[in-house]
Write a protein that binds this ligand. Structure first.
Ligand code: PGA
Length: 241
């Protein structure tokens, strides 16, 4: 695992976007694993800027997102499909984008379908991850065993509270989600994790130095051969000590 402490959020986003742009240049039909949340917004802005300057072409790229809230359709402005359209897909020449369907009649069947979608593309070439304050990656919450495949998950109180800032009230925050499993994520050839802000400092420390345990889901990334973690000074503060 490589850890890069950047001077600030802007530098973090610039460095991470270069990894994705380089992948697209080297392999124009690559599969990108994408993430939502406030952290990757700046990186998506960088990619849109590169696209506008004709430095990157998404026409053959395939994308798969990590997760989606159960019960929210793509036109709900809090759904992750909406987030991706708004922050990236509407601004680039995309063709093949995939986000789990949160309103599928049978969510378990949707998880199986999604797992097949990822497998049929030959797996993910570069996977982007954020990290929850509680160490979750995608919506793989702290638990007793690392979940392997795409599955339906009950969100923890910590995550529901962290997500409440985007909703009118706590009652509106979805309590369930569909998420790629840890096994699905670990099969990606390359993984880039981003974290900024003091709230992430402890979980970044635990991810890098703590025990590898499903209680800190991101800790398993230490077993992956090609992971780069970019943190700003605040999220990396405990690493320096
Ligand atoms: P955030 O969420 O980027 O909004 O902090 C990250 C996550 O929960 O994975």
């Amino acid at each position: 695992m490589k850890v890069v402490i950047t001077k600030d959020y802007t530098e973090m986003c610039k460095l991470a976007s270069r990894i994705f742009a380089a992948e697209i240049t080297l392999k124009p039909d690559c599969v990108l694993g994408l993430a939502t949340g406030s952290t990757p917004v700046g990186m998506y802005k960088e990619l849109v800027e590169m696209y506008n300057e004709h430095r990157v072409d998404f026409s053959q790229v395939k994308t798969v997102n990590l997760d989606e809230y159960a019960g929210l359709s793509g036109d709900n402005d809090q759904s992750y499909r909406y987030f991706m359209n708004h922050n990236l897909f509407d601004h680039i020449n995309k063709e093949n984008t995939n986000v789990p369907n949160g309103t599928a009649a049978d969510l378990e069947a949707e998880c199986e379908r999604y797992e097949q979608v990822v497998a049929s593309m030959g797996g993910v070439d570069v996977q982007l991850l954020g990290i929850g304050n509680n160490g979750h990656i995608a919506f793989n919450e702290p638990c007793e065993e690392f979940p392997e495949k795409t599955h339906v998950v009950n969100l923890t109180q910590n995550t529901i509270e962290a997500n409440a800032r985007f909703f009118a009230s706590m009652d509106d925050v979805p309590k369930k989600a569909l998420t790629m499993g840890i096994g699905t994520i670990m099969k990606a050839k390359k993984i880039v994790l981003l974290a900024n802000g003091a709230k992430k400092a402890q979980t970044i420390y635990d991810t890098v130095y703590g025990p590898i345990t499903p209680k800190v889901p991101a800790s398993i990334l230490r077993l992956h051969p090609d992971v780069t973690i970019f943190v700003d000074e605040e999220a990396g503060a405990l690493l320096k000590k």
